[in-house]
Design a protein around this ligand. Structure first.
Ligand code: SF4
Length: 80
């Protein structure tokens, strides 16, 4: 069991889970703003901001890869 400042305790498995969080990465050069990722993502990770697709809720990603598979431009890669 690890203890960190502020009294939050995490065991090894908790830390491992945090460190292995999946993360969707958008290639802005490929993205054509089809918004398919917004439609298929079950966790509402994506949002359009200033004419660009962004990932404001990337910390909610569960790594299902629906966005990566469904993106018609192949603009998303989910890093494990
Ligand atoms: S991998 Fe799944 S949960 Fe994560 S951003 Fe893509 S569609 Fe959403």
């Amino acid at each position: 069991m690890l203890r960190i400042k502020g009294g939050i305790r995490k065991n090894h498995d908790d830390w491992k889970r945090v460190m292995m969080m999946p993360k969707p990465v958008i290639d802005q050069k490929k993205c054509a703003l089809s918004k398919t990722c917004m439609d298929v993502c079950p966790m509402e990770v994506f949002a359009e901001q200033d004419g660009k697709m962004t990932t404001p809720n990337a910390d909610k990603c569960i790594g299902c890869k629906a966005c990566e598979v469904q993106c018609p431009e192949g603009a998303i890669k989910v890093e494990d």
